[in-house]
Unconditional design. Structure first.
Length: 437
């Protein structure tokens, strides 16, 4: 009896260390969120455009993982500048939503950590996300985040169905050409200036890349080191837009905002994001019916698009990296991706996952025509052929300003399209691209 008691007492003495060791091993091998005696606080930040979905998913995360206290903040302002400022100040959140063209700079500056070992540890299947989205988040062979949102960008044409019906015209369809678009824009333009047949989003790196690609050109070389805006194909694209603004005068002189289209000032709004449908719906207030198709292809058969990927990454200095990793996975999973697509404010761009874009919950969203949502689903088949482009030295904000200044001059007719004008633009871009990272 004494021997048995001594054995039990000895076992009891080593039980706590064994439990602790098992708990540590659970953290190393993955599975459920790490457990601790006291709740661990993890901070998470995003733009305001994701606030509705992320707030709801934060509450659900808290129910699922009561031992992780999630402190979520949606930050207003220019998010790239805000995130970079926080990284420089050492106040970046433990888990970070990064809009397109932000993560490269944070990764190069060691503000966010590679996650390859965590993926291997948890045996996480990366095929859940579109392959191009995963590839876009690799630097130096290492992966620096999981795709949160993602899309083929600036390649959709929204159109006012009531305007087409009133004019006795057939709606845009999947086999439309640019000539069809121009012809319809001419017929739908009110010459008193009350409505333009067409309008386009314009300015900046991504929109310009999409516009040039439609005509076989591009903004940058594939390695991001060379400016390509002075090619004949690029000139053809700029000339086409200039003609619609200033010779035919059928294109809205602004940048085809959601409000411009929603308030009936434009019959067709091109080069838009599919996720703009929420903002357009808010602006239109059910005053007319609308739908979308892919932008007609250009002379080389290309629709013109750029890949946009918004990852969620892990702060390299996160105080509780295992718990923060659970947050990264949560905000890039299927349910979060669908919540993003169903937002009633902000963007409707869903998670960049194969099991999200064509999910029944998105396709059956009663706020929009089903054929619109099916087209968005089908369009993601093109993702594998769209190039993700970024300047080699990660100076995206500076490059954006240069491009915007030059292409705005064409829109405002303070500069005419010419080989010389595009050469000047390319030279200024190249001067920036030649600077170090």
């Amino acid at each position: 009896m004494d021997l048995t008691r001594r054995k039990l007492m000895g076992f009891a003495a080593i039980l706590p260390p064994l439990i602790a060791a098992c708990s540590t091993e659970a953290v190393r091998t993955g599975g459920d969120a790490p457990r601790s005696a006291e709740p661990v606080t993890v901070t998470f930040m995003s733009r305001t455009a994701e606030e509705e979905a992320f707030t709801r998913r934060t509450a659900q995360f808290q129910e699922r993982y009561p031992n992780i206290k999630l402190d979520y903040q949606a930050l207003a302002g220019d998010y790239i500048d805000v995130a970079r400022t926080q990284a420089a100040a050492g106040t970046l959140a433990d888990a970070v939503y990064m809009q397109n063209l932000l993560f490269e700079g944070l990764a190069a500056g060691d503000s966010i950590a590679p996650i390859d070992k965590l993926i291997q540890r948890d045996r996480l299947d990366l095929k859940q996300w579109y392959a191009k989205g995963i590839d876009a988040l690799k630097l130096g062979g290492k992966l620096y985040g999981l795709p949160g949102r993602g899309q083929i960008a600036y390649c959709f044409l929204f159109f006012n169905r009531d305007a087409f019906q009133a004019a006795g015209m057939k709606e845009p369809h999947d086999t439309w050409t640019l000539d069809d678009l121009v012809s319809a824009a001419d017929k739908l333009t009110a010459r008193d200036g009350s409505r333009f047949g067409y309008g386009t989003e314009w300015g900046g790196f991504q929109r310009t890349a999409a516009a040039l690609r439609r005509f076989g050109g591009d903004v940058l070389s594939p390695d991001g080191k060379e400016a390509l805006v002075d090619t004949p194909e690029a000139l053809r694209s700029i000339q086409w837009h200039w003609d619609l603004w200033h010779r035919r005068q059928v294109m809205h002189p602004g940048t085809a905002s959601n409000n411009d289209f929603g308030q009936g000032q434009i019959a067709m709004a091109g080069q838009k994001l599919a996720g703009a449908r929420g903002g357009i719906r808010d602006a239109a207030k059910d005053s007319f019916r609308f739908s979308l198709v892919l932008m007609p292809p250009g002379p080389t058969g290309k629709h013109g698009a750029i890949l946009s990927v918004a990852p969620v990454g892990l702060n390299s200095r996160a105080g509780a990296p295992d718990q923060a990793w659970e947050v990264v996975k949560w905000f890039t999973n299927k349910d979060t991706g669908i919540e993003l697509g169903l937002q009633t404010r902000g963007s409707n761009t869903p998670g960049m996952r194969r099991d999200v874009y064509c999910d029944a919950r998105l396709l059956e969203d009663s706020r929009y025509p089903r054929e619109m949502l099916e087209r968005i689903c089908k369009a993601m088949d093109l993702a594998s052929s769209i190039t993700y482009s970024v300047p080699y030295n990660y100076r995206q904000p500076e490059l954006d300003k240069i491009i915007t200044r030059h292409v705005t001059a064409f829109r405002e007719n303070t500069a005419a399209p010419s080989a010389g004008a595009l050469k000047a633009m390319a030279d200024e871009m190249q001067g920036l691209l030649d600077q170090p990272r």
